[in-house]
Write a protein that binds this ligand. Structure first.
Ligand code: SAM
Length: 235
């Protein structure tokens, strides 16, 4: 195994770290909120009394966006997040590490089979800041009794009309001047369109709905035909 030679905080984002290895490589990581527990087979690193989990950009689009120079990342300690498309919780787990026990992640997933796997992992790990919700993100009113006001809404559901679904949720749950994070998957939105055309169309939906676009990065080489967009409510 290649030895770790250092850990330092990310130059812009609190709660995100760079782990340096003796071969000169650097990898993203977060502090493990549930030490000793892995979520998706990731490497655990012990350094100066803390345990870090390596954050794989090929498995998590948020990590890919950070690797590709994302400038604004509105998730930090204490942030309240509505996460749409939790799947089995790979990215949710790193967001959970970052927001810590003062933050919360309402995590919506609509596939019962995937949700069961997500629940089993959560129970095994004992992550207390993740609230799993089996629901369809297209109908935000389904979880109005569970979700409180949040700072950030994040969507990665690989379905058509993602920007619209994100705005429908953010209109209800994101606080004034709060943030939205949109993963656009060009292929699953419209296979007949060029990615850039799809990206523009989805961004225009957010603009029309009153969101200012702050940042956008493509996710190659970690994910092809994907982009991450960061927006903010203008009121
Ligand atoms: N965000 C995850 C991560 O990085 O670890 C990966 C998400 S995966 C690309 C998309 C997930 O969204 C799938 O698990 C799928 O079942 C879920 N999904 C698709 N449409 C949905 C909807 N309308 N409501 C809730 N979840 C949905």
């Amino acid at each position: 195994l290649i030895q770790v030679v250092g850990v330092k905080e990310h130059e812009k984002f609190k709660g995100v770290y760079w782990v340096s290895f003796e071969d000169g490589t650097e990898r993203l990581a977060t502090i493990n909120l549930t030490p000793g527990k892995r979520v998706y087979g990731e490497q655990l690193i012990q350094w100066e009394g803390r345990e870090y989990r390596i954050w794989n950009p090929y498995r998590s689009k948020l990590a890919a966006a950070i690797m590709n120079g994302l400038k604004i990342m509105p998730i930090m300690e204490g942030t309240r997040v509505l996460y749409l498309g939790a799947a089995s919780g790979t990215t949710v787990s790193h967001v959970s590490d970052i927001v810590g026990n003062e933050g919360i992640i309402y995590s919506v997933e609509f596939s019962p089979r995937v949700f069961r796997e997500f629940m089993e992992k959560l129970v095994d790990q004992g992550r207390k800041n993740v609230i799993p919700i089996l629901a369809d993100a297209r109908y935000p009113e389904q979880y109005v009794h569970i979700v409180k006001s949040v700072d950030v809404a994040y969507i990665d559901i690989a379905q058509p009309f993602q920007a619209k679904i994100l705005a429908d949720n953010a209109d209800v749950y994101v606080k004034s001047h709060g943030y939205v994070m949109l993963v656009i998957k060009a292929m699953s939105i419209d296979v007949t369109k060029e990615p850039s055309e799809t990206f523009k169309r989805e961004i225009d939906v957010l603009k029309d709905r009153g969101y200012e676009i702050l940042d956008m990065v493509h996710l190659e080489p970690y994910d092809t035909a994907h982009a991450m967009v960061i927006g903010r409510k203008t009121s």
